[in-house]
Ligand binder design. Structure first.
Ligand code: PA5
Length: 455
């Protein structure tokens, strides 16, 4: 039996949301009055009904934790092929095609994964190439051996200039390095019916995975876009999906007081109305650092819209800021405690870290240093998180804390899904389309124009 099949284990791994410090009862006049939440009960009910109605059509990504048994089997086979034949796995993709793979890898593998010797790593090295900086492209050739490298080119549209340029670069290099065998070195992940990548994949017989219909880039981590790289690096993708499915159960409640994602979204929207145009996500774990990057795209690209669903100008959205505890206590926290009341801080806390590191005795003659000895780094980071939460609350700034019992595939699956549903529900409340990105397309299209793409 897998551990996530055990009901008691699942319950012990349930992530917790504490939003007390969003309320005026805890932070004073800059907080939200619980009466405001009660007053909107009807709006929340309608938005919850819309969420359920859209599951089958507009929000097909909601079914990913439940409908991928066959795909998971194929992904595990492909992962085995890569693990047995290659030393390096390179993801080529940008935006939703890159941020999820980076976030999940950082969360669930050793923090110095690529630096470990092969035997300890237990899988190929991973590089995710999401930028087209020429220096970065050139430097990749210095650390990979093409003969032993497999590329996963990911683009839902099959036409993004950055990703297609990278495909051209590495196909050319592979042709020169391994000749006719180059298609064995490329796995394509793209739309089944649209775009150029699927044409290339079919013409050259590339191993291919599909981004399911109705799953947009930033909502695609739990489909082959994210699952392949995770499986290649030895992450238990079935547990990841089980975590998402568990959170789907928790997010199935129509009552906002019982639904963590709906409550988080409602609080953020109320905070936005109070002038909080900035949302800080501050994990207290290096493993969760890139979850903040992934979330920044999800929140910014989904909610940053100039028109509502009726075509009225709204220019809505909340600027996500990524921070890292404790590092940013020595950089941004001064602003969070004493600066303007224009932001909500969300702390991501971890109860049990994967390692315990003691702080030894070395200078017991110096009381101002010696007080640290005998404690652990685990205590230190947790205590600093609580102390920062206290300072931010005392200064009257809204904040909330999401706590993971551990960082493992089950809790990460929950967290990703929680943020996705939160974002979609915020889109409902703001009455905007959270699933398009016309502002991004504008720039993509102008790049095509400048570089002379036909049409
Ligand atoms: O969320 C999105 O839709 C975007 O960020 C896309 O993921 C990004 O623009 C890359 O697009 P594509 O996967 O089509 O290459």
């Amino acid at each position: 039996m897998k551990r996530y099949e055990d009901r008691a284990w699942r319950a012990s791994m349930r992530i917790k949301v504490d939003f007390n410090n969003m309320l005026c009862t805890h932070v004073g006049k800059h907080g939200i009055d619980p009466a405001q939440i009660q007053a909107r009960a009807e709006q929340y009910k309608a938005a919850a009904a819309a969420m359920e109605a859209k599951r089958a059509e507009g929000m097909k990504w909601r079914n990913l934790p439940h409908n991928q048994d066959g795909v998971v089997k194929e992904l595990l086979e492909a992962a085995k092929y890569v693990r047995e034949n290659f030393e390096t796995f390179v993801v080529l993709g940008i935006g939703g095609s890159a941020l999820g793979p980076i976030a999940v890898h950082q969360a669930l593998r050793n923090l110095r994964y690529n630096d470990l010797p092969a035997a300890k790593r237990g899988g190929p090295k991973l590089y995710v190439e999401d930028n087209v900086d020429p220096e970065r492209m050139a430097s990749l050739f210095e650390v990979i051996d093409l003969e032993h490298t497999c590329f996963n080119v990911i683009t839902k549209s099959g036409s993004t200039s950055e990703t297609m340029s990278q495909l051209l670069l590495f196909t050319d290099a592979l042709r020169r390095a391994v000749g006719d065998k180059w298609p064995r070195h490329i796995i394509a992940t793209t739309d089944e019916n649209k775009g150029n990548l699927i044409k290339i994949a079919r013409e050259h017989g590339l191993r291919t995975f599909y981004v399911p219909d109705g799953v947009g880039g930033r909502f695609s981590e739990l489909c082959p876009v994210g699952l392949l790289a995770a499986a290649v690096c030895g992450i238990d993708i079935e547990e990841l999906l089980a975590g998402a499915a568990y959170m789907d159960g928790l997010c199935g409640e129509a009552d906002i007081w019982k639904n963590p994602a709906y409550m988080l979204a409602a609080l953020e929207v109320l905070a936005m109305e109070k002038g909080c145009n900035i949302g800080v996500l501050m994990p207290y774990a290096d493993s969760l650092k890139y979850i903040a990057d992934w979330y920044a795209q999800l929140w910014a690209e989904s909610l940053g819209k100039n028109k509502d669903l009726d075509g009225n100008p709204v220019h809505t959205g909340q600027t996500p800021v990524k921070a890292l505890g404790v590092t940013d206590q020595h950089s941004q926290v001064q602003l969070y405690t004493e600066g303007p009341f224009d932001k909500v801080i969300t702390f991501l806390a971890v109860e049990e870290y994967r390692n315990r590191v003691d702080i030894p005795h070395a200078f017991d003659g110096l009381p101002d240093v010696a007080f640290l000895s005998g404690h652990t780094f685990n205590e230190l980071i947790r205590c600093e998180q609580r102390a920062t939460e206290y300072a931010v609350t005392k200064s009257g700034h809204m904040n909330k804390t999401i706590t993971l019992p551990e960082v493992n595939p089950f809790t990460i699956g929950q967290l990703l899904y929680l943020f996705e549903v939160q974002t979609a529900f915020a889109g409902e409340l703001l009455h905007i389309n959270a699933f398009d990105q016309p502002g991004v397309e504008e720039g993509k299209n102008d790049t095509y124009r400048i570089l002379g793409k036909p049409g």
